[in-house]
Write a protein that binds this ligand. Sequence first.
Ligand code: HEM
Length: 512
Amino acid sequence: MYIPSFLSVETLVLLITSLVLVRIYIHKKWQFLKNINIPHIQPTILQLGTVRPFIGNSDWMMNSHEYCKRKLGKIYGAYLFLTPQITVADPDIIKQMYIKEFATFPTRQTSLTKINGKVMNTTILMTEGEQWKRIRNTLTPSFSTAKLKEMLGIMEDCCNHAINILIKTTQNDQGKFEAKSVFGKLALDITCSAAFSVDTHPQELKDGQEPKIIKMVKQAFGFEISRSPLVMLCFMFPAFEEILCKLDYSIIPKDTVNYFANLTKSLIDQRKHSTVKPRVDLMQLMLNDQISVEDVAKGKSKGLTQLEITSNSVLMVLAGYDTSANALTLLAYNLATHKHVQKKVQEEIDKMLEKYGSLTYEALNSMKYLGMCLNETLRLYPPIAVNSRIPNRDITINGVFLPKGIQVIVPVYGMSRDEEIWEEPLKFKPERMEDMRSVDSMIFQPFGGGPRGCIGMRFAVLEIKLAIAKILQDFNLDVCENTPKPPVQLEFKSTTLKPKGDIYLRVTPKSN
Ligand code: HEM
């Protein structure tokens, strides 16, 4: 055998022994799922466990469930290099994780929670245990019916800007508009205004013109999980995230976080010294419950520190804007491509306007058919493709052993399009959402579920219904030559599923 001259026999023996030991270690790690009887795709070094198809390929996130379920059943495992995870598509197990066994599954994720910068690590999304409970307790009343009614006015102002833009397109571009851009700006306007009354007026800007706040929001969404080597390393080696955390690394660019931190801090200072009664927005509701770090140490169960107010105000924009923008765009698209459905929605809007006089909270709440169309849109195109929970102790549910600390994945997108569950799942059929008692809320779950479910769900539903009702009150939505055929192709970008490419639609005034 040829031995390079710079290697002594001892070094070579040591090297080979180390390689063999590493291989044995990896092999042992890869016995984990087998030992707990979870069927899984066989991991290999070249596939870095089973994660390689996902790297740089966001489609895998959407399509892997169909493939794995066919091969392995409703419960199956995978390895992010050495780290095992289990996917569960069984509604009964999911229900127990979300609700009955919530005390065992209080956490959504542990990866990527420590590398969001010192400020953003204190958001409701990233925190756990008592801190999460205190923040959730404080924020929940901000989404009550009374508060949403107060925020409806802010939403309506923003919708009026959108209507003005649509009127201009009917005059200049024969009503043709790019829905992702128009509805993205509208959702950003609503979330920024409702989160902290910042009038960004993104809607009035031409494409290409960008105020700093929009640039920063875009930057916050700029990273792509499946393309970031650092993020992949964190998934594969959880200890690596601890090191990045110690180095104060942030996946959200630091200048973005600093920009929002400074913006919220200056708004907080302004309000403290202002004698004018502030508008009801999410930040003001948090400020009303401000407590000190000492109060937290004393175990106060409600209230937020100044740092938490800053981070959670920013989070409301980050969590609420992109998800709502996608849902609104795709609902408008579905209505434009299904004219008979749109006509029924318009009839419902007219009926409610007759009954309530204007688009009040009660009127919007009573629009059942519009609600069915939104639900069906969220089934077909759920903005959040997968959800997850992590048990804090070993637990067996319905005979499935879920060991402490393992990430249990809930394939939201996969279940939404499962042919065994939905007839013609790729078709937009609002009627399937008519009787929600017959729809399993653990299969159709665009907003997650249980005590850790989406806190902004009612806010999102209200803003989307209002925007569509406002538009369809005055306009018809239609397709044009560039509108893609249904179903729209989706891509997984940063953290949400969104339509691939532009979605051109046309508006025509209803009187025409
Ligand atoms: C169509 C729009 C939206 C969709 C589809 C959506 C979806 C989701 C999902 C799937 C979760 C995870 C729930 C779970 O783990 O069970 C979540 C969490 C969350 N969402 Fe939403 N969301 C939307 C709009 C909003 C809005 C408008 C806001 C705020 C104004 C918001 C704030 C949050 C927050 C703060 C959490 C974390 C809750 C916690 O960890 O306790 N979301 N959302």
